[in-house]
Design a protein around this ligand. Structure first.
Ligand code: COA
Ligand code: NAP
Length: 272
């Protein structure tokens, strides 16, 4: 089978992945590292990051990690400065830190809404803004990890819907503003990906999983490597003409509409 995971593809490159102590982002870091990039990962938890770095090294990656909250701009800026001083110009940045919980708008405090917007949207602004001074120009690739919620209004997800729509818009705006520096900025929209914290939160029981699967035309959850493959492609020379793209890998879920997750969570399904 054709594979984008080519050894040596990113030899000599430097990649930074925000929110990579677990799940999809950790798998992206693994695939970038296995293709030869030195990968720097960060997230809030020192213990989770240490375990993730060990996991990456076991899989043959050159990796290091730091505990840093994406909501803290001075901290993020200092981290990028430190990475650039020790490792040089940055070729690849992935912004994937996110928070989610399921709650109706009326069951969510202002701080609950703000917390998710701060992690997903403000965090992506922080990561991209702080990276800019240290990016390879021309040549750097920036990718934000968004979600179908940024394209469709999912019930019980008003915070994530708003945050991820903002992530899409921010990324496309930077794609235009930074194109003259030779920096590309793209968005990946994963659909439901099995064996992840995100799906555990959105599809908490077998009944919900069945309801959700019925609304995915390809009839399956994606895998973490489906998203890592897109990240590898978009970060590579093969994608040199692509910027501002919102690339969806969701088995066709967003073609069906927002009712899937609402159905899975027990809300009225407009298509039922
Ligand atoms: N329903 C309603 N409100 C909730 C909630 C829920 N299930 N979970 C958290 N909140 C609210 C809290 O009550 C708090 O609001 P308040 O101060 O008005 O009471 C606010 O959200 C912040 O909660 P807190 O636990 O202090 O935030 P945190 O910064 O420690 O954690 C979260 C952020 C809430 C997003 C947490 O779930 C998290 O760390 N998630 C990361 C992992 C994840 O979500 N992975 C999936 C990615 S798609
Ligand atoms: P995950 O394993 O929970 O990954 C989220 C990561 O973000 C964790 O490493 C977490 O680490 C980090 N993080 C959270 N808050 C942070 C903060 N304030 N600062 C820095 N790091 C923070 O979830 P996942 O399901 O793999 O999701 C990864 C990405 O894919 C997210 O952007 C999500 O929205 C997107 N997505 C996932 C799915 C899916 O099916 N899973 C579908 C669509 C989109 P710490 O706890 O150590 O901070």
């Amino acid at each position: 089978m054709f594979s984008v995971f080519a050894p040596g593809l990113f030899a000599g490159k430097l990649a930074v992945v925000a929110g990579a102590s677990s799940g999809i982002n950790l798998q992206i870091a693994r695939r970038l590292g296995q293709a030869g990039a030195h990968v720097v990962i960060f997230s809030r938890s020192e213990d989770k990051i240490a375990a993730a770095v060990e996991d990456l090294r076991q899989d043959g990656c050159s990796a290091e990690g730091f505990a840093q909250d994406v909501r803290d701009y001075p901290g993020v800026a200092t981290l990028f400065e430190r990475i650039a001083v020790t490792r040089g110009e940055i070729d690849i940045v992935i912004s994937g830190a996110a928070g989610n919980f399921v709650a109706p708008a009326l069951g969510m405090s202002a701080n609950g809404f703000k917390t998710v917007v701060d992690i997903d949207l403000l965090g992506t602004f922080h990561v991209f803004r702080a990276s800019h001074a240290h990016l390879r120009k021309p040549g750097a690739s920036l990718i934000s990890i968004s979600a179908p919620q940024g394209l469709l209004p999912f019930a019980y997800q008003c915070h994530v819907n708003a945050a991820k729509a903002g992530v899409n818009s921010l990324s496309q705006t930077l794609a235009v503003e930074w194109a003259s520096d030779g920096i590309r900025v793209n968005v990946i929209v994963p659909g439901p990906i099995g064996d992840t914290e995100g799906m555990d939160r959105l599809s908490p029981d077998p009944e919900a999983t069945d309801a959700l699967l019925r609304r995915i035309p390809l009839g399956r959850y994606g895998g973490k490597d489906d998203i890592a493959a897109l990240a590898v492609f978009l970060s590579s020379e093969a994608a040199r003409n692509i910027t501002g793209a919102i690339m969806v890998s969701d088995g066709g879920q967003t073609l069906i509409g927002a009712g899937g997750v609402a159905a899975a969570l027990g809300a009225r399904d407009p298509a039922a």
